[in-house]
Ligand binder design. Structure first.
Ligand code: FES
Length: 111
C-alpha cells in the first residue's frame, strides 16, 4: 500500500464486505474501482461508461464522509432510478480522493 492509497469498504449485492485498496493518484472513480476489483458482474455495473446516464452504478453511502456534491445530471438520473434511498449516489460521479479514506458504500440492487 503506497502513501497515495486509501481503504474503501464495499458491500456487494450479496452482502459481502470487500476491503479494497484504492489509489488516489490514478483519476479513477468509485464505479471504476468496483469494476477493477470485479466485485460485481462486469456487465451489471457502469453500463453507460460513467456518464451519469444509466444508474447501474448506484450505491448507498454508509459512512459520514463529505462527498463532492451531486451534479444536475446525477440528480436527474437518480430521480429515475429504482431502489432510490436518501444516501444514494452514482458511484461513477465520485472520484477517489484522499478524504475518502475508510469510506463505506453498498452497491444498490441490479435493476
Ligand atoms: S455508470 Fe452509468 S450512471 Fe454511473
Amino acid at each position: 500500500m503506497s502513501e497515495n492509497d486509501i481503504n474503501i469498504f464495499i458491500t456487494d449485492r450479496k452482502g459481502t464486505i470487500h476491503d479494497v485498496i484504492a489509489p488516489t493518484d490514478m483519476s479513477i472513480n468509485l464505479m471504476e474501482l468496483i469494476k477493477i476489483h470485479e466485485i460485481e458482474n462486469e456487465a451489471s455495473i457502469g453500463v453507460c461508461g460513467g456518464m451519469a446516464m444509466c444508474a447501474s452504478c448506484q450505491c448507498y453511502i454508509e459512512s459520514e464522509h463529505d462527498l463532492i456534491p451531486k451534479s444536475d445530471d446525477e440528480e436527474a438520473m437518480l430521480s429515475e432510478a429504482f431502489y432510490l434511498e436518501k444516501n444514494s449516489r452514482l458511484s461513477c460521479q465520485i472520484p477517489i480522493s484522499t478524504n475518502l479514506d475508510n469510506l463505506r458504500i453498498k452497491i444498490a440492487p441490479e435493476s
